[in-house]
Design a protein around this ligand. Structure first.
Ligand code: ATP
Ligand code: MG
Length: 283
């Protein structure tokens, strides 16, 4: 599947949910093109519809208006070419690492031998060869996320849909997994659609950052991230981070005002931002 020309097109997508008997629009006129093999991140305030858009691409939810296509094929249900990695690993606790990873292949009626061989290759890629027979409770949080990435990759997806996959991990583990994910992306050429709260993470990983506005969610800006052969100097990373943050500031204030009252202002309240680039719980 990785050899074919493949891309994602989101065309005029709208989505509402019913709250207290009323339709609330969550996504409004979303248009986005994702090139085959690219790495795109989505950032935006909490509740702006990032996960909803990811579920629509996964086929777990249906659009009200507009359509989503993968290589000109309309998405209307989940499929193995579009797999999701969630914040929680969601592994089956009663299965070993190897059994968790081969589970989807066996549903596809692949022989046990072939499935095991494929899974072992992928587990090697995520540096878990020594843990094939371990159970999830014997693994650290980072290792569990590696298994869930392996479980997704073994399906040889065209698009890996990742919804804050590293946000529950400590900073050090997160850094290691960033490097591993970039290596996997380069090796497999899989297209990655990555939702995150962490602006720095988006800048370090992706080629393009899509910034969402909120209520209803719509695309506010699309920022290309410069790629440099020998890695990005800190000054470039900070510069892109600042650009994303300044675009988001208005949206953040909108959310805070709704939650804390009209007098609230980010500028006057001196909100402290730590070095990790995480936008915190309100956004
Ligand atoms: N299945 C659902 N039924 C009803 N409302 C929903 C459903 N899924 C999402 N929503 C609502 O849609 C809005 C957007 O939710 P979504 O989870 O997409 O936001 P998000 O940008 O991923 O937020 P966060 O950054 O906090 O994860 C929220 O107001 C949420 O309550
Ligand atoms: Mg979400």
């Amino acid at each position: 599947m990785w050899g074919e020309e493949m891309y994602l097109t989101i065309d005029g997508v709208e989505k509402s949910f019913v709250h207290d008997g009323q339709d609330v629009k969550v996504l409004d006129n979303i248009n986005l093109q994702v090139e085959k093999g690219s790495f795109v991140s989505i950032v935006g305030p909490s509740g702006c519809g990032k996960s909803t858009l990811l579920y629509l691409i996964a086929g777990l939810e249906k659009t009200d208006i507009g359509e989503i296509k993968v290589a000109d094929k309309k998405v209307n249900k989940p499929g193995p070419e579009r797999v999701v990695v969630f914040q929680e690993s969601g592994l089956f606790p009663w299965l070993t690492v190897l059994e968790n990873v081969t589970y989807g292949l066996q549903l596809k009626k692949m022989s046990k031998e072939e499935a095991n061989e494929k899974a072992r290759k992928i587990l090697k890629m995520v540096h878990l060869s020594q843990y094939v027979d371990a159970y999830p409770h014997q693994l650290s949080g980072g290792m569990k996320q590696r298994v869930s990435i392996a479980r997704a990759l073994v399906m040889e997806p065209d698009i890996l849909l990742m919804d804050e996959p590293f946000s529950a991990l400590d900073e050090q583990t997160r850094m290691v997994l960033h490097q591993e994910l970039l290596d996997i992306w380069r090796k497999t050429k899989v297209t990655i659609f990555f939702v995150t709260h962490n602006i720095r993470e988006a800048v370090l990983l992706s080629e393009k950052i899509v910034v969402f506005a909120t209520r209803p969610g719509k695309i506010k800006a699309t920022i290309p991230v410069p790629t440099m052969k020998d890695g990005m100097p800190d000054s470039v990373t900070l510069n892109v981070e600042q650009r994303v943050l300044s675009i988001l500031q208005e949206e953040i204030e909108k959310v805070l005002k709704e939650e804390m009252g009209d007098d609230y202002s980010l500028k006057t309240n001196h909100v402290h931002r730590d070095h990790s680039g995480d936008m915190g719980s309100h956004i």
